[in-house]
Write a protein that binds this ligand. Structure first.
Ligand code: NAD
Length: 284
């Protein structure tokens, strides 16, 4: 997609964090309408009010992206009430942030349902419409943890490795089809949104400012960038894992870059900021 102007943009998890910033940036680029899907009604109301006050066309929907039925029902509503989505940003995601042995199976399932199932099921609802109109762009927010293992991040890393593999495969399928639907996969390091509150910064890897990475992602749509790896040290990870014996990579990641200790003081979001449950959601 070389332009965002006059396009309909849908962002999941668009009521907070980088999703909220990307939404406003797309509207500033001239998007015809912004569709926000989020499970947090209070943030949905707040973000919608802020953007409407600036005379933007905003369509908020309370959707739980871990629920395929909820996704399908709301996708039907979007088609009827707004139109065909041109640009889809799969951004909603969660992290639990503890040792794997401490997880409940519900926490594992919920993380995979949102971070992996959500991304694929939302895309399924809009992809064929994009192919039919021979234009579209899908952005999938993975993570630097799509590349590296990390203690206290096992389930999150698993989900983001899955997003990377799926997103890159989808890109190849759509390229072969010559349907003019592009895919960008985003692999950011830690971002200062509160989702990873308490993490330590690895060597030479500053915690990203939300504005900065949001702009990079919007630019990826404008300039058809297939992969965004930020900051630059993220690029080192697959290179080092490819050329070093794994025990050497572990040494470098743990002792030189400090990657494996980044989550030791993780606290995440305080309880009152945590993602609420929708009535249809299955987790307690
Ligand atoms: P955030 O917590 O600020 O925003 C996430 C949004 O997703 C929230 O508005 C939340 O309500 C929504 N959401 C959560 N569960 C949902 C569900 N079931 N259905 C619909 N919406 C739901 O997070 P952020 O830091 O802006 O992260 C955005 C994306 O970037 C996520 O996919 C995250 O994994 C990824 N990421 C974040 C970081 C970081 O350090 N923050 C680093 C790399 C990648």
């Amino acid at each position: 997609m070389s332009t965002i102007k006059d396009k309909i943009v849908l962002i999941t998890g668009g009521a907070n964090g980088i999703g909220k910033i990307m939404g406003e940036k797309c509207l500033q680029e001239g998007a015809k309408a912004l569709v926000i899907w989020d499970i947090n009604q209070a943030n949905l109301d707040k973000t919608t009010a802020e953007l409407k006050a600036k005379n933007y066309k905003v369509y908020p929907y309370n959707v739980d992206v871990s629920d395929a039925k909820d996704i399908q029902e709301n996708a039907n509503r979007v088609l009827e009430e707004v139109g065909v989505v041109d640009i889809l940003i799969n951004n909603a995601g969660i992290v639990v942030g503890k040792m794997f042995k401490e997880h409940t199976s519900k926490e594992v399932q919920k993380t995979l349902d949102i971070n992996v199932g959500g991304v694929m099921n939302v895309t399924l609802c809009f992809l064929n419409q994009m192919i039919a109109q021979k234009e579209g762009h899908i952005v999938n927010i993975a993570s630097a943890s799509s590349y590296t293992p990390n203690p206290k991040m096992s389930v999150y890393a698993a989900s983001k490795w899955a997003v990377l593999g799926w997103s890159e495969s989808l890109r190849l399928e759509l390229k072969a089809e010559k349907c003019n639907v592009n895919v960008s996969t985003i692999l950011p390091g830690y971002i200062d949104t509160g989702m990873f509150k308490g993490v330590k910064q690895p060597l030479l890897t500053p915690v990203l400012q939300p504005e900065y990475i949001a702009q990079k992602i919007v630019n990826a749509i404008k300039y058809n960038k297939v992969l965004v790896q930020s900051p630059w040290t993220v690029r080192l990870v697959p290179a080092l894992r490819g050329i070093l014996p794994l025990s050497w990579y572990d040494f470098v990641a743990r002792n030189i870059f400090g990657v494996y200790g980044t989550m030791s003081d993780f606290v995440g979001r305080p309880k009152d900021e945590a993602v609420p449950e929708k009535q249809t959601a299955k987790m307690n």
